[in-house]
Ligand binder design. Structure first.
Ligand SMILES: N[C@@H](CCC(=O)N[C@@H](CS)C(=O)NCC(=O)O)C(=O)O
Length: 207
């Protein structure tokens, strides 16, 4: 059976749980405690060369690290990744953009807020938000007048981008100015098999 190493609040791990659910794939979930430093345990280092979650361990025991690589591996041959090479490249370009321009700029302010460190790290947060807002602006522009990021269907590009973008307000981002993103997030959440980050978030509004 597939095994997913994740953590409770990791947006990168959440992406994988969404796709596994959408594909109807059974898996064993191993949830690490990042605050206890469990990703830095030597035994976990044998599984994840970067000592980070998520990691997906395949049926034959081989691990895949990096959320984008895991998504592409799982999505191959399914409606979540187009067969056309150009459209596949378009999906990948969004995955790279998310990692380079958005992920840290959203994730770090969010973690600092969640851990009560926002005040003492305010300068770092403001610097990251400059990059984050620039990335969000580009995403919002692209989405105005479009339903999905690539072609005419929901793909792993929409899945991957929406995870941290939907959590940006937890890091102090003002998302009210991004109408294109707001409407797109509603469409993403309505996709069959979509799951919230945590069971609690499924009960209350998570955005
Ligand atoms: N580029 C990686 C980022 C993974 C990542 O940053 N994982 C975080 C949780 S979201 C982590 O494991 N942090 C633990 C640590 O760095 O010690 C991906 O997309 O999978």
């Amino acid at each position: 059976m597939l095994r997913l190493y994740d953590s409770r609040l990791s947006g990168n791990s959440w992406k994988i749980r969404i796709l596994l659910s959408q594909l109807g794939l059974a898996y064993e979930r191993v949830t690490l405690d990042l605050q206890k430093g469990e990703t830095r345990e030597p035994a976990f280092g044998q599984i994840s060369r970067f000592s980070r979650v998520p990691v997906l361990v395949l049926d034959d025991g081989r691990p895949i690290v990096e959320s984008g690589a895991i998504l592409l591996h799982l999505a191959r041959g399914t409606p979540y990744l187009p067969d056309d090479p150009y459209l596949q490249a378009e999906v990948m370009s969004w995955l790279f953009f998310e990692q380079a321009d958005l992920q840290k700029a959203i994730a770090i302010p969010r973690v600092l807020h969640l851990h009560g460190l926002a005040q003492e790290r305010q300068q770092d947060i403001e610097r990251l938000r400059v990059d984050g807002y620039a990335g969000l602006e580009k995403l919002d522009q692209w989405l105005r007048g479009r339903t999905w990021l690539v072609d005419t269907h929901y793909t792993v590009a929409d899945l991957a981008l929406s995870a941290y973008v939907s959590l940006a307000d937890q890091g102090g981002y003002d998302m009210t100015r991004f109408a294109g993103i707001r409407d797109w997030l509603v469409r993403v959440r309505a996709q069959r098999g979509w799951v919230p980050l945590t069971p609690e978030a499924g009960q209350a509004s998570e955005s």
